[in-house]
Design a protein around this ligand. Structure first.
Ligand SMILES: Nc1nc2c(c(=O)[nH]1)N[C@H]1C(S)=C(S)[C@@H](COP(=O)(O)OP(=O)(O)OC[C@H]3O[C@@H](n4cnc5c(=O)[nH]c(N)nc54)[C@H](O)[C@@H]3O)O[C@H]1N2
Ligand SMILES: Nc1nc2c(c(=O)[nH]1)N[C@H]1C(S)=C(S)[C@@H](COP(=O)(O)OP(=O)(O)OC[C@H]3O[C@@H](n4cnc5c(=O)[nH]c(N)nc54)[C@H](O)[C@@H]3O)O[C@H]1N2
Ligand SMILES: [Mo]
Length: 771
C-alpha cells in the first residue's frame, strides 16, 4: 500500500500569478470538485471513500481541519474542500522510508519549504539525531523512550523541561499527557491556544466566568443578527457557511467586520443545493464594515455608546433591564465611561464613516437575538482582551446571552484545541482541577503556574529550559519571531516531536533530537482490547467520539496514547497511582478517570457512546449563571486603544491562504484572493501604493518596526494591489512570523500580536530571478 519518494517541486516565487480581484463568492461547483480531486489522485478510490465518506459521520472520525460543530442533521457529504485536503494530507499512503534520513542531512531539510517537507509523506519510524551530527537515524521505540526518559530524569529540576501541545490531540491522549507532565513535576504545558484564542479565554473568563462559546449549533438558525468579526469562514471554517445560509433563510441578517472583503463573507453557493450549483447562491453579508486593523475595540465601544444613547432618549425601552439587574454588574461605570467616548478617535481607529457605525447600531437595536462570532482578527492584537470584553459588554446590554439565538461565539481553530484545555492542557489550571487530579491518582501536583508559548521561547533562549517535548504541532514554525525562536530551540539539549508529518520543527532542533511518529485520526487504532475510538470537543462544547477508518500507513506507528503511556512508565513509573499499561490496552480506562476529574464529564464512557455524544455544561448558556467572583456577569470599562502608525508605514496582518492549514502548506494558491503559484506576496490598497510611490507587481523588502530596533525583514515580496482597508497590509502566516517581535503580545493573554506589525516597504534590494 505504501508509496515512497514523491517528486515534489519547490515553487519559484518569480512565477507568481495574480489574477485580478478577490472573488465575491465561494464554494459552488468548484468547491466540490476541489474537495474530491486531491483525495482521488493521492489515495486511490478505496482509501478516499473510506476516509471522505466517514468524515464527521456517526461511526467515522472527526474532521481535523477545524473545530466547527456537526449539525444534528448530518448529510453524507458533511465536509468541505479544506476538510478533504486535511484528510488527504494525513491519510496519504506516501511514506518516508528509512533511507530518507541518510540521504537528507538536517541542514538540507532546513532549507526546504514547509510545502516540500509536508509532501514527503507520513513519518513511519522513530528517528534520532545525536548531538553534533547532521543526520537523523532510525532507532527502536525502546531506544527512543530511553533517550527521552534518561534526559528528563537527569534534569536538576522538572521545570527545566517544557511540554507543548497542538490542538489535534484527542481528549484521551491530552488527559494522560498532562497527568504525565504533572506527575513528572511541572505545569510547563504551553499550547497552540496560547497563540490562538487565549485572549478569548482570558476576557470571557473574567467577564462571564467561562472561556467558551455561550451558544449551541442550533442558535445560528434562531438568531436575528449575526456579527462576524475578524474571521474568514470561507477558508477556515467553510462548514459554517451552511449554518449562515440556514440563518439567512430563517430571516437573520449578517454583518461582516473585516479589513478584507473575504469571498466567504460575501456570497455562498451551497454545493448541496441546486441554486448553489446553477444559481447565484446566497448573499451572506447584509453589511460589510471594512474596519482598520485593531479598530474593533473602538467599533464596539461606539455601538454600545449608541445603544446607551438610545436608552437615554427612550428610557426603559432599549436595555434589557431585568437581565442587567438580576445578572450583571458595572452598568453605571460603563455608562459613565462611554459618555466621554471620543467619536473622532473612533473614526480614526476604525477608518469607518459615522453612518456605517450608526447602521450597525440600528441593526443591533432592531434585533432581539444577536450572536457575535470572532476569530484571529480579534484575538491576535495588543488590545485583544479589552476588545473581547467590549464585545461582551455590547451583548450584555440587551441580554444577548443565555437565551435562544443569542450569545458570544469565539470560533475555535484546531479541531480539539478546546477539548485539550478541558482535559487540563494549560499552564495555569485552576485549583479545583488540580485537587481532583491529585486525589484521583494519589499524588501532589505542582502548585506553581507553568510557562506559556512565548515564555517557553524566552526560557529556552536564556538556558532555563533544556528539554522541549511537543505533542504535535510545529512550534518554531508557528510562534512569533522566527529567528529568535530558531536560536532558542537550538539552545536546548534535546527536542522531541511527536508528529504525523515532517515540518520545520524537525529541522530546527536541540543538540539531540527525536521524532516519534504517530497515528492520525483517520487511522484504525488497534490495541489489545480491540479497535479504540477517541473523543474530541468542538467549538460549541459538544463532545463526541472519533473512530479511525483506514489501515495505518505503517505497522510500527504508535498511537498518541501509547506514546504517552510508554514514556510515562519510563519517567514517572508508579510515583502516581495510574495503570499506564492498562490505559494503552483499553481507552475506556482513561475515560473512567476523566469522568472523575473533569467536571461535566461524569459518566463519560456512557455519554460518549450516545448518538452524537453530549454537550458540556455552560453556566451562561444554560442558566444565565456566571462563575465570576461576584456571581454576576461583569460589564467592564476599557480605555480605548488602537494601533498608531507613523507616516510612511503600514500595519501588517498575517493570515491564512486557502491552501494551508496553519504551517502546513497544501499548495501555493489562494484561489479566493486570486493568487497562484506563490506565497511571497504583500497585499496593499491601491491608495496606499500611490501614496508610498509603489506599484502593483513590484518587489519589496518588508521591514518590521519595533521598539527593540532589531532588524526584522522579509525580502523580495511581490506587491499585490488589493482592496484592503487603508493603511493596512496583509501577508501570509507562517512566513510573516519573521516580522512579529517575541515581546509584542496581547495584554493579559500574552498572545503574539500577529495581526498588527508596523512595517515599512522598500523597493527590493535584489529582484528575484526569473526562470
Ligand atoms: N483551511 C484551514 N482551516 C483552518 C485553519 C487553516 O489554517 N486552514 N486554521 C485553524 C485555526 S488553528 C484557526 S485559529 C482558525 C483561524 O481562522 P481565522 O481567524 O479566520 O484565520 P486568519 O486567516 O488568521 O484570518 C483572520 C481574519 O481576520 C481578519 N482580520 C485581521 N485583523 C483584523 C482586525 O483587526 N479586525 C477585524 N475585524 N478583522 C481582522 C483577516 O482579514 C482575516 O479575514 O482556522 C482554523 N481552520
Ligand atoms: N503570524 C502568525 N502566527 C500564528 C498564527 C497567525 O495567524 N499568524 N496563528 C496561530 C494559531 S491560531 C495557531 S493555532 C498556531 C498553530 O500552531 P501549531 O498547532 O503548532 O501548528 P500546526 O501547523 O497546526 O501543526 C502542524 C503539525 O502538526 C502535526 N500533526 C498533524 N496532525 C497530528 C496528529 O494527529 N497528531 C500529532 N501528534 N501531530 C499531528 C504535523 O506534524 C504537522 O506538521 O499558530 C499560531 N501562529
Ligand atoms: Mo488557532
Amino acid at each position: 500500500m505504501a508509496r515512497k519518494n514523491p517528486k515534489v517541486e519547490e515553487v519559484n516565487e518569480a512565477d507568481i500569478e495574480v489574477t485580478g480581484h478577490p472573488k465575491t463568492w465561494v464554494a459552488g461547483v468548484p468547491g466540490v470538485y476541489h474537495s474530491m480531486e486531491p483525495a482521488l489522485t493521492h489515495m486511490g478510490v478505496s482509501r478516499a471513500a473510506k476516509t471522505l465518506l466517514a468524515l464527521n459521520q456517526k461511526d467515522g472520525f472527526d474532521c481535523m481541519s477545524c473545530a466547527w460543530p456537526d449539525p444534528g442533521h448530518r448529510k453524507t457529504f458533511e465536509f468541505c474542500e479544506n476538510g478533504a485536503k486535511a484528510v488527504t494530507w494525513e491519510a496519504t499512503p506516501v511514506v518516508i522510508g528509512s533511507e530518507f534520513w541518510a540521504e537528507h542531512p538536517v541542514s538540507e531539510l532546513r532549507q526546504r519549504s514547509e510545502y516540500w517537507l509536508g509532501m514527503q509523506g507520513r513519518l513511519t519510524e522513530p528517528v534520532y539525531k545525536p548531538a553534533g551530527e547532521d543526520h537523523y537515524r532510525p532507532v527502536s521505540w525502546d531506544q527512543a523512550f530511553t533517550i527521552v526518559g534518561d534526559k528528563l530524569k537527569g534534569l536538576a529540576s522538572s521545570d527545566q523541561a517544557t511540554f507543548y501541545t497542538s490542538g489535534r490531540t484527542s481528549n484521551e491522549a491530552a488527559f494522560l499527557y498532562q497527568l504525565f507532565v504533572r506527575a513528572y513535576g511541572t505545569n510547563n504545558l504551553p499550547d497552540c491556544s496560547n497563540m490562538c484564542h487565549e485572549s478569548s479565554g482570558w476576557a470571557m473568563g473574567q467577564t462571564i466566568g467561562v472561556g467558551k462559546a455561550t451558544i449551541a449549533y442550533d442558535d445560528f438558525a434562531k438568531a436575528d443578527l449575526i456579527i462576524i468579526m475578524g474571521q474568514n469562514p470561507g477558508t477556515n471554517h467553510p462548514r459554517m457557511l451552511t449554518a449562515l445560509e440556514e440563518a439567512k433563510e430563517a430571516g437573520a441578517s449578517i454583518v461582516a467586520v473585516n479589513p478584507l472583503p473575504e469571498a466567504g463573507l460575501m456570497r455562498y453557493k451551497n454545493p448541496q443545493k441546486v441554486k448553489g450549483i446553477v444559481g447565484r447562491g446566497t448573499d451572506l453579508a447584509d453589511q460589510f464594515l471594512q474596519v482598520r486593523l485593531g479598530g474593533d475595540m473602538a467599533l464596539m465601544q461606539a455601538v454600545s455608546k449608541r445603544v446607551l444613547d438610545a436608552e437615554a432618549a427612550n428610557p426603559g425601552t432599549v436595555l434589557d433591564h431585568q437581565f442587567l439587574a438580576e445578572h450583571c454588574e458595572g452598568l453605571e461605570e460603563l455608562q459613565a465611561h462611554l459618555a466621554g467616548l471620543d467619536e473622532a478617535a473612533v473614526l480614526r481607529a476604525t477608518g469607518l464613516r459615522a453612518e456605517e457605525i450608526d447602521e450597525l447600531a440600528d441593526r443591533y437595536l432592531r434585533a432581539d437575538k444577536v450572536i457575535i462570532t470572532w476569530a484571529m482578527g480579534i484575538t491576535q492584537h495588543k488590545n485583544a482582551v479589552a476588545t473581547i470584553k467590549e464585545i461582551i459588554n455590547l451583548l450584555l446590554l440587551r441580554g444577548n446571552m443565555g437565551k435562544p439565538g443569542a450569545g458570544a461565539s469565539p470560533i475555535r481553530g484546531h479541531s480539539n484545541v478546546q477539548g485539550d484545555r478541558t482535559m487540563g492542557i494549560w499552564e495555569q489550571m485552576p485549583p479545583a482541577f488540580m485537587d481532583a487530579l491529585g486525589k484521583e491518582f494519589s499524588f501532589d501536583p505542582p502548585h506553581e503556574h507553568g510557562i506559556d508559548a512565548v515564555e517557553t521561547v524566552r526560557q529556552m533562549r536564556d538556558g532555563g529550559i533544556k528539554v522541549f517535548v511537543a505533542m504535535g504541532g510545529n512550534f518554531v514554525g508557528a510562534i512569533s519571531d522566527t529567528d529568535a525562536a530558531f536560536a532558542a530551540m537550538e539552545n536546548t539539549d534535546l527536542s522531541v516531536q511527536i508528529s504525523t508529518k515532517l515540518n520545520r520543527s524537525h529541522t530546527v532542533t536541540g543538540a539531540e533530537a527525536l521524532i516519534l511518529p504517530t497515528l492520525g485520526r483517520t487511522e484504525i487504532d488497534m490495541q489489545e482490547s480491540g479497535a479504540q475510538f477517541v473523543s474530541v470537543e468542538d467549538t460549541v462544547s459538544a463532545v463526541h467520539a472519533s473512530h479511525g477508518t483506514v489501515r495505518p500507513v505503517a505497522p510500527d506507528l504508535l498511537s498518541e496514547v501509547a506514546i504517552v503511556t510508554r514514556l510515562a512508565r519510563k519517567v514517572v513509573g508508579d510515583s502516581v497511582q495510574a495503570d499506564w499499561a492498562g490505559f494503552e490496552k483499553n481507552y475506556d480506562l482513561i475515560r473512567d478517570h476523566i469522568a472523575h476529574v473533569v467536571s461535566g464529564c461524569e459518566d463519560y464512557n456512557r455519554k460518549i457512546r450516545q448518538d452524537g455524544g453530549f454537550v458540556l455544561p455552560n453556566g451562561p448558556r444554560d442558566s444565565r449563571e456566571f462563575n465570576t467572583p461576584t456571581g454576576k456577569a461583569m460589564l467592564t470599562v476599557n480605555e480605548l486603544e488602537h494601533v498608531e502608525r507613523p507616516a510612511g508605514t503600514l500595519i501588517l496582518q498575517s493570515m491564512r491562504s486557502h491552501d494551508q492549514f496553519n504551517t502546513t502548506i497544501y499548495g501555493n494558491n489562494d484561489r479566493y484572493r486570486g493568487i497562484k503559484k506563490g506565497r511571497e506576496v504583500v497585499f496593499v490598497s491601491p491608495e496606499d501604493l500611490a501614496e508610498l510611490g509603489l506599484n502593483d507587481g513590484q518587489h519589496v523588502d518588508i521591514h518590521g518596526i519595533y521598539q527593540d530596533n532589531v532588524d526584522r525583514v522579509l525580502r523580495n515580496f511581490r506587491v499585490v494591489s488589493y482592496p484592503t482597508a487603508r493603511g493596512c497590509a496583509a501577508a501570509y502566516y507562517p512566513e510573516a512570523n519573521v516580522l512579529v517581535p517575541l515581546d509584542s503580545v496581547a495584554e493579559g493573554s500574552q498572545t503574539p500580536v500577529s495581526k498588527a506589525v508596523i512595517v515599512r516597504l522598500e523597493p527590493a534590494a535584489v529582484a528575484p530571478a526569473v526562470t
